[in-house]
Design a protein around this ligand. Structure first.
Ligand SMILES: [Fe+2]
Ligand SMILES: [Fe+2]
Length: 290
């Protein structure tokens, strides 16, 4: 018997929060609590976002024709959110470059991966987007669920990552719903086969490329060899162990009836909203000022 597919919650609205980070204050080069490997892996991730998220937007948009009105609305929210993420991570990456990092090798690797996918039919780009969006959503879930991931990080930079994570959770069903719409005439077996194959390919590249990218940035901090890979692997797989902690959620992608919203983590979104909402006293002051 197949599991029941739970769709995107009917009352969910995708709300772009047009925020800017790090324009006023300069974060230190090792913004993640002075930790070389933590700074390196987040910087390596950020390097992928401006180009990667532009690719997600174009891949989903290619299939918006004929989408039911609710999905079309979700796609609009998704594309706006991703465009703002690209802008903010572009600014973040410029600050990393200003701090002395050379990101060109990492950016070239992202370009290379995207060029391979763009050379295939558009449905492959949508499948890659759908798989990467699941990846992003489970990373985002973990980032917001466990404060240890950003412990010690410079405040405004940590705010950037939390803001991005919250919106990734909010729009996590969009690429998947677009994929279900685009492949509605496929058999379940064909759909599963393609999505499983793409997820395995994406995962291998994601883990290898981000690890290599982080090692390259650590090299630029003068840390090489076992002094680099041992703490990096410890950080990623043991403590705080982001990659290990997402493994269970990653595996659910392959189950029959999978949908990103089978895991209803809107509680994390609500906690995030509560954490950034101005205190009641501040709100009153604003009202009085107006
Ligand atoms: Fe994003
Ligand atoms: Fe996203």
């Amino acid at each position: 018997m197949n599991a029941i597919t739970l769709p995107t919650p009917a009352e969910l609205t995708i709300t772009p929060r047009d925020r800017r980070f790090g324009r006023e204050t300069a974060a230190p080069r090792l913004w993640h609590g002075g930790c070389v490997e933590a700074t390196a892996i987040y910087n390596a991730l950020s390097t992928t976002f401006p180009r990667g998220e532009a690719f997600f937007v174009e891949s989903v948009r290619a299939f918006r024709e004929g989408a039911p009105p609710r999905l079309a609305e979700e796609i609009r929210g998704f594309t706006t959110q991703e465009a703002i993420h690209s802008r903010e991570h572009d600014a973040f990456n410029k600050r990393a470059a200003d701090a002395g990092y050379d990101l060109s090798k990492l950016e070239a690797q992202v370009e290379k991966r995207l060029a391979v996918t763009r050379g295939k039919p558009p449905i492959v780009s949508l499948a890659a987007t759908m798989a990467l969006e699941h990846f992003t959503a489970i990373l985002a879930h973990q980032l917001l669920a466990d404060p240890r991931h950003l412990e010690g990080a410079e405040k405004e930079t940590a705010d950037l990552w939390r803001w991005h994570a919250a919106e990734e959770i909010e729009h996590k069903g969009v690429a998947y719903d677009t994929w279900l719409h685009a492949t509605r005439h496929w058999t379940r077996w064909k759909r599963w086969k393609v999505k499983a194959k793409v997820m395995l390919y994406i995962t291998r590249n994601f883990v290898v490329d981000r690890t290599a990218g982080a090692l390259e940035l650590m090299r630029q901090d003068g840390v090489t060899g076992a002094s680099a890979w041992a703490p990096l692997l410890w950080y990623l797989w043991v403590r705080p162990g982001m990659f290990r902690k997402i493994a269970g959620a990653w595996g659910k992608f392959f189950l029959p009836g999978f949908h990103p919203w089978n895991e209803d983590d809107r509680g994390l979104l609500r906690s995030y909203e509560a954490s950034v909402a101005p205190a009641p006293e501040a709100k009153r002051k604003v009202r009085r000022a107006v």
